[in-house]
Design a protein around this ligand. Sequence first.
Ligand code: TXA
Ligand code: MG
Length: 336
Amino acid sequence: MPILSINDETIRQAAAHIARGGIAAFPTETVYGLGADAFNPDALAMIFEIKNRPRFDPLIVHIAALGALEKIADLSMLDTDTRKKLDALTEKFWPGPLTLILPKQQTVPDLATSGLPTVAVRLPSLASARQLIALSSGAVAAPSANPFGCLSPTSAQHVLAMLGDKVEIILDGGPAQVGLESTVLDICGGQPRILRPGGIPKEAIETVTGPLAERQPLNDTVISPGMMKSHYAPRASLEARDLETMIKTPAEEKCAFLFFDGASRDKWLKKQKQPHDSLSIKTLSETGNITEAAARFFQSLHELDKPELCRIYAQFAPQEGLGAAINDRLQKASHI
Ligand code: TXA
Ligand code: MG
């Protein structure tokens, strides 16, 4: 059983494993990551293999302290204005769920960045994650610890169920606090632009940077592979709907329903004529609290995604704050 309860000793053990070229799964505040030494191309190759991830999808390099940023990113390439934005962003949001796309240092292996001239860097806020990074190589490449395209893992049990036969160490730090991946923000191509909505809402970033460039619509020209249409998907087919359409959707056998809040669920329940299986209905937040909803999002989909199930109907969240990231995941999960 690769699961180890997280403590100083197991963190040291996992760090030594990564430093030796091994792979270890570990918690961050967003989701669980699959960590490898960012400077070890063999270990990076193993990450792609374990996840069955296409080589064109670059990884995020995680650091333990701001001082390590220049080992990963070549900040001399930034103009003065961008440099100011970078400082303001790191000051406000690091450590935390914000990943920044920056010009890469030549020493960062091409495998980490899929040959791009840029690198994604993140300084996580979970102290145990920083401890692990600092004790291993100081730079840990870590994608979410799930097979490519599948639901993201927000607990050690999710990692065990999806990758348990392929990973030697899974550190168990309990449920991930934020529950959605970091926001990926590109700041090296002019006006900053979100490539993937996530744990830091657009509105919060704009208080620091001013207006962000529009996100590209989902299409086949992929700038960040996290923008790909089909991603974060459960095994059952998923249909994301607004409340109005959801209310018109009758309970059927082998279908599950995921509501954003209790009031929406109760409106839907009132319309139901047939008795229904209460196990196949979940609510992200009884009171409609967006932070709670985000934290429970992947966990709820993992719980609903039973083999006997054919379809999950999921209600969109309000399109503000973390709701934008929930809706992004719902849209991508439903494009199969
Ligand atoms: O919260 C998170 O970010 C988690 C935890 C473990 O830190 N990690 C994570 O990694 O979500 P991953 O590999 O599942 O997603 C990384 C995203 C992908 O969408 C990838 O395409 C994008 O970051 N990315 C990485 N490097 C990039 C680059 N140079 N340019 C554009 N996008 C990049
Ligand atoms: Mg991922």
